[in-house]
Design a protein around this ligand. Structure first.
Ligand code: ADP
Length: 364
């Protein structure tokens, strides 16, 4: 029986490994940069070159795109790697290269010769985790909003009763004072009453929102939700001579949940309110190639000031002095994001606003 020559095998493997090493470095799906004991960059693969601003020294390459107040002294970190073999791992490192901001996971590890573990230099392993970090951020945001929604509903319930009481006393005081023919105090009380009315509007909106949030999880055709919203808004529209036209090429698919009803009501209500002297709202839709329904609400009102195109989605931004809460679009956006969609606003060139709900549909 011939025993394998393990020594020879080891030598052959070493030769094969040495020949393959450059290819391995180039083909690995993560960024790798190699540095010597003086921290000089001696090699890097294309992904590393894409992710960081490679400089002559590896500590400068890292420092070039990171905030030194947050990430401290890269020279000290990498020196610890090559001097005492300490491995450092950093999650969620914000790195800016020219105009591109990414989130990296960076591991700094010693590079040994494999035989007697003598440290020859160090390795940087770089992984682009921007998408994962964004998804985590979004998840945290969603949870925070859900918690805020619950809290808002509790606070709103608690506030309703005392506000009701204050309103009643204001009205009583107004009546008594006006009987005594004192116009100024009546005016003051009217101002106080207006402030309270605005508080009631905000509370009503918050309650509407929190009640609706987790309601129906049934599959409902989107066009049915739009139809219901149209029926709901039609009396107010008719009172202002606003016509609502639906241009549906065919039935829309179903989605889970009735929260979208509230979105459509808000968009229709805003469109109607933008046309106090009458006009037309047109609802139409289209499905993109990547299966996203784009539902458009177009009105013939004056549109919005383009300088406010972002601000209109912020909570409490309103141009309807005394009448608006500024919560409608903020709530719409929050609900639509739950469906992994988005809402966009633009002005129609001639006149009028177009609000588009982009809604990813379930794959068939
Ligand atoms: P509110 O209706 O209570 O003001 P929203 O968040 O629904 O709150 O809307 C915020 C602002 O966006 C409105 O005050 C208005 O300035 C603008 N806006 C919304 N919809 C339209 C529209 N269809 N046309 C013009 N401006 C609009």
């Amino acid at each position: 029986m011939v025993m394998p020559n393990t020594n020879k095998q080891h030598v052959v493997d070493k030769e094969v490994n040495a020949a393959l090493a450059p290819f391995i470095l180039q083909s690995l799906p993560i960024g790798i940069a190699i540095f010597d004991k003086e921290l000089k960059t001696i090699n890097a693969n294309p992904i590393a070159a894409e992710l960081i601003d490679l400089r002559a020294n590896t500590d400068s390459s890292l420092a070039a795109g990171t905030n030194e107040k947050i990430w401290g002294d890269w020279h000290k970190t990498l020196s610890e790697v090559v001097e005492i073999g300490k491995i450092h791992r950093f999650d969620n490192v914000a790195y800016r290269k020219i105009d591109k901001q990414s989130v990296l996971q960076i591991t700094c590890a010693p590079l040994t010769d494999g035989l007697n573990d003598v440290i020859q230099g160090g390795l940087l392993l770089l992984e682009d985790i921007t998408e994962k970090a964004n998804a985590q951020k979004q998840m945290a945001n969603t949870e925070r909003l859900a918690a805020m929604g619950k809290l808002a509903s509790k606070v709103a319930h608690e506030l309703n009763n005392p506000i009701d009481g204050i309103m009643r006393y204001i009205n009583l005081a107004k009546r008594t004072i006006s009987e005594a023919n004192l116009p100024k105090p009546v005016e003051y009380l009217e101002h106080a009453g207006d402030g309270l009315k605005r508080m009631v509007q905000i509370i009503t909106k918050l309650l509407e929102f929190s009640r609706n949030r987790y309601s129906s999880l049934e599959d409902t055709p989107i066009d049915k939700l739009i139809d219901d919203a149209v029926k709901f808004i039609e009396p107010a529209a008719k009172a202002l001579s606003v016509e609502i036209e639906r241009q549906y090429p065919s039935a829309l698919p179903t989605v889970k949940g009735g929260n979208l009803f509230q979105v459509f009501c808000n968009l229709l209500k805003n469109a109607v309110e933008a046309m106090p002297d009458g006009g037309k709202v047109t609802i139409s839709w289209d499905i993109s190639e990547d299966n996203v329904a784009m539902i458009k609400f177009r009105d013939t009102g004056p549109g919005f000031d383009p300088a406010n195109s972002e601000a209109i989605f912020e909570p409490f931004f309103t141009t309807k002095t005394g009448k608006g809460t500024g919560l409608g679009l903020a709530i719409c956006r929050d609900i639509i994001e739950k469906y992994r969609g988005k809402i966009t606003a633009q002005n129609f060139p001639a006149s009028g606003g177009i609000f588009t709900v982009h809604l990813p549909l379930n794959k068939k």
